[in-house]
Write a protein that binds this ligand. Sequence first.
Ligand SMILES: Nc1ncnc2c1ncn2[C@@H]1O[C@H](COP(=O)(O)OP(=O)(O)OP(=O)(O)O)[C@@H](O)[C@H]1O
Length: 224
Amino acid sequence: MELVVEGINKYYSLGEQSYQALRGVSARFQDDGLVALVGPSGSGKSTLLHCLGLIDPVESGQIYFEGQRIDSLGDDKKSSFRLSRFGFIFQSYHLIPTLSVVENVALPAIYLSRDVRRSQSYAKHLLERVGLGEFNKRRVSQLSGGQRQRVAIARSLVNRPRIIFADEPTANLDSSTSGDVLDLFQEIVAEEQIMAIVSTHDPEVAQRANRIIKMKDGQLEVTQ
Ligand SMILES: Nc1ncnc2c1ncn2[C@@H]1O[C@H](COP(=O)(O)OP(=O)(O)OP(=O)(O)O)[C@@H](O)[C@H]1O
């Protein structure tokens, strides 16, 4: 699959001033497997992931998925596009503590108005896949960090996405747990032929990547 960005600019307003976090970013991703987005703190990695994943709007420039322009979709179309094609994994998991593990995993499917029972049954299958089959009914607060990130991986897969955006997925994990979570993630991404764009400071992620993209001051520095 192909994701193309052309000249995107993103500003944050800071009181009366504005700060330009992305400066004319252009890139083409095509069946790239695991892509690592690296660069110093504040260089714009999270901002770029949020914009590519249609979580945040861009001020100018265009984003195309399989040739279709997606940044200019209306709000409803944008969110159903995002839910059905993209999955997300965050540094601090973003799981809902009042829901059970299986309910968390099924949630993006429920948001797409999919059948609740079928969504939960697929969620259970995904939890087996990430090694948490026995934890379906637990609350998220009863899980370790590594287990929470496995739940988040399962959740990112529930709508069978084409692209997963992961924002520093191992930043809160110790190195041995990170290694295990990355092994699993890498395996699933390859099996399902999903493209994964991962922002990271973790050299282990970069080592595993099929492609490394470097950011500096809101721009792409070097692509390989
Ligand atoms: N909501 C916001 N409001 C104002 N400025 C922001 C906001 N979010 C990010 N920024 C600024 O935009 C720039 C890019 O931030 P971003 O979080 O994308 O960087 P990053 O490369 O992901 O950093 P890190 O590696 O520390 O996570 C930074 O200068 C940051 O201070």
